[in-house]
Every structure is written in structure tokens, then in C-alpha cells.
Design a protein around this ligand. Sequence first.
Ligand SMILES: [Zn+2]
Length: 49
Amino acid sequence: MRQYVTLECTECRNENYRTSTETRGGKRLELKKHCRRCRKHTLHRQKRK
Ligand SMILES: [Zn+2]
């Protein structure tokens, strides 16, 4: 089942991205993405609904 999730920057907590992901076993998605507020690539983590 696919689910829409919000990805937030782990440094400034800004919610930067929305994506869809495969839900499996409550595992949280973590991706390196560019944060506009930090102005660099940071780790973004799936925000739980
Ligand atoms: Zn940030």
C-alpha cells in the first residue's frame, strides 16, 4: 500500500518534501535532500502522521 508522507529536515525541522512511499513494518524513511532553510544537504526523515 502506498502512502503519502512528509519529509522534514532533521536539523531545522522544516517540512520540505512530500513523497509517496511503500509502507512496510513501520520503518521510517530517511533521505539526504537539500534543505532551503539550511542551504545544504541534510538528512530528511519521514514525519509520522
Ligand atoms: Zn534544514
